[in-house]
Design a protein around this ligand. Structure first.
Ligand code: HEC
Length: 217
């Protein structure tokens, strides 16, 4: 298993060098999760399996367009050049476990590029928790736009009530509502920023709260 990213685990006072298992069905490695795991086909193609290669992630990390050629703000690396940031902690936890806060997302190797490894959560054994809708990532929002029609399918005009805010793109001004956590950059005063690695204040947060945890015991 040379060259495989590993993590040092403490087991009963012993330090164990634990190689992360690949999430792929690797013929060389009969204990890779992909051989048997029911969730494997979904896991490799969803956000967990792709988080180490997701072009949208690298666009915001490096401050480039999706094809990594032109500079596009904001970008973590533009604001803090020469640092790795804490992004790997969640996006590639296998890399962050052994290189906390120095795991550069542009230098991932081997199993690390598989993103949020099946093995990581299986080893940590944390039950996934439900989250707010949309999630904590400030680039996300959920828009509910309402169109009401009468029996003749004529669109009814809204007389009063909430409308989608200005930042709602093509749906701005339509009857409806937007759910988001809106941030303001402290230094520039600019609102609706996603660069949460800089000092930012929460202007508003009307996301749909996560369901309260229930106990079955
Ligand atoms: C505390 C954990 C955590 C940290 C730290 C973190 N992220 Fe995330 N990030 C997430 C989660 C979870 C999602 C998925 C949320 C969702 O799907 O709405 C996400 C989503 C994203 C997305 C959206 C990806 C897409 O395909 O739409 C981008 C871009 C992103 N993060 C960039 C970053 C950058 C850059 C950093 C470091 C500066 C970072 N994240 C640090 C947990 C984290």
């Amino acid at each position: 298993m040379t060259g495989v990213p590993t993590v040092i685990l403490s087991v009963s006072g012993w330090q164990v060098l634990y190689p992360w298992l690949t999430s792929m069905p690797d013929p060389e490695n009969p204990i890779g999760c992909g051989h048997c795991m029911v969730a494997f086909p979904q896991g490799v193609t969803n956000a967990h399996g792709l988080s180490g290669v997701n072009p949208r992630f690298f666009s915001l990390y490096n401050g480039t367009d999706i094809s990594s050629t032109t500079t596009v703000t904001p970008g973590y690396k533009l604001d803090f050049p020469g640092t790795a940031g804490n992004c790997a902690t969640c996006h590639v936890p296998g890399a962050a476990a052994n290189r906390p806060f120095t795991a550069d997302m542009n230098d991932l190797t081997g199993v690390e590029t598989e993103g949020v490894l099946c093995d990581f959560c299986q080893s940590v054994r944390r039950v996934p928790e439900p989250c707010h809708v949309p999630t904590d990532f400030p680039g996300r929002h959920t828009i509910l736009a309402v169109t009401a029609t009468d029996e003749q399918r004529q669109t009814l005009v809204q007389l009063s009530g909430p409308t989608v805010p200005d930042w709602g793109g093509t749906q701005a001004g339509l009857p409806g509502k937007a759910f988001a956590k809106v941030l303001r950059d402290v230094e520039t005063g600019e609102s609706l920023v996603v660069s949460y690695w800089k000092q930012a204040l929460i202007v508003s947060d009307n996301r749909i709260a996560r369901p309260k945890a229930t106990s079955t015991s």
